[in-house]
Design a binder for this molecule. Structure first.
Ligand code: CO
Ligand code: ZN
Length: 331
């Protein structure tokens, strides 16, 4: 089945930094209408979509939030200082265009720094929205407002390149899987989580309320296939990633074997994932109560947390197919 690239773009372009996921939540819920038995939005803003099935309880988790830049201080001359929501590399930010939720556009620039780049860090950065004074800025932007990267989602025949691929692509995979699945062998809870980028906070409360037997997260992972990147197994276009390890979790062997068998027996292209740095909602599910058997399906992506996160469309398709087959086959 051809990918719904229009939906993928809409999901990636919604404004939703950690703690402010309402816009993306509304979009997902509206799109899934008619495909679920019931849903709930909890205190932290997690969207919990229930698809009934005969079998053990599984929690699927993909995070709706994206990294952002929160206004901390506005200088008299109108320049905006900010704090990070989620992790980023200050070098990557210089000259990136950003957008606030009300549509105000600006650009991140750096002060002149002596000894650049050794004296360089994110405290040297500011957002310029082109307003000439503090009062003028305050008409559009207030302390605590959050900007995100402002760049359109680009999709061609091979790839998607966009901000917020992390982790809107995970949300998209779950949405498309939910629509395609027939007779799941699990009682399925599709959870579109909040605040992952600041410490897996949404997943922690959602797993408590669902209390699942199995946990399966969906997220991006690094592609180690660019010039002088770390040595590693994941390739853009190498198939759905079955996670073995990241810095937050060692996945349960039962999940790794299950997904491997499903991929093998259905001819779905896959690759194993060992991510050197970065965590996922998988970790929050795994340590719930007496422990939950947990794993993760990932999309191998280049330039994570930049405004040009890139992935292969074929990998996204492999992830959807793997998810549908896994839920329909059972464990
Ligand atoms: Co991230
Ligand atoms: Zn993520």
């Amino acid at each position: 089945m051809a990918l719904n690239t229009k939906l993928l773009a809409a999901v990636c372009e919604a404004h939703g930094a950690s703690g402010y996921e309402k816009e993306i939540c509304d979009l997902i819920l509206a799109d899934l209408k008619g495909y679920y038995d019931d849903y709930q939005i909890d205190t932290l803003g997690n969207l919990i979509v229930h698809k009934k099935g005969d079998g053990p309880k599984i929690m699927l988790a993909g995070h709706m939030d994206q990294i952002g830049f929160m206004v901390t201080y506005i200088e008299d001359e109108g320049f905006i200082r900010f704090s990070n929501i989620g992790g980023f590399d200050p070098f990557m930010l210089v000259s990136r265009r950003v957008r606030f939720a009300n549509g105000t556009e600006g650009v991140i620039r750096a002060e002149r720094v002596e000894g650049f780049p050794s004296g360089f860090n994110s405290s040297k950065l500011y957002i310029d929205i082109g307003a000439p004074c503090k009062k003028c800025v305050e008409k559009a932007v207030k302390i605590g407002d959050i900007a995100v990267y402002s760049a359109p989602c680009h999709i061609d025949e091979n790839k998607v390149m966009t901000p917020a691929l992390d982790d809107r692509v995970g949300c998209f995979i779950m949405m498309e899987a939910l629509k395609q699945i027939k007779n799941p062998k699990f009682d399925c809870y599709f959870v579109f989580t909040t605040q992952e980028e600041v410490g897996l906070r949404g997943a922690k409360t959602a797993v408590h309320s669902i209390d699942p037997d199995y946990g399966l997260a969906f997220d991006v992972t690094g592609a180690y296939d660019t010039p002088k990147s770390l040595k590693g197994n994941m390739r853009m276009g190498g198939g759905a990633c079955i996670k073995i390890k990241d810095s937050s979790v060692l996945c349960h062997k039962q999940i790794i074997d299950w997904l491997t068998n499903i991929a093998e027996s259905n001819g779905i292209k896959y690759q194993y994932e060992i991510l050197e740095a970065g965590g996922t909602d998988t970790a929050a599910m795994q340590v719930h109560k007496d422990g939950v058997i947990s794993g993760c399906i990932s999309v191998s992506s280049r330039y994570i947390h930049s405004d040009a996160e890139m992935a292969a469309l074929s990998d996204i398709e492999d992830c959807i197919n793997l998810t549908v087959k896994a839920l329909e086959t059972g464990i």
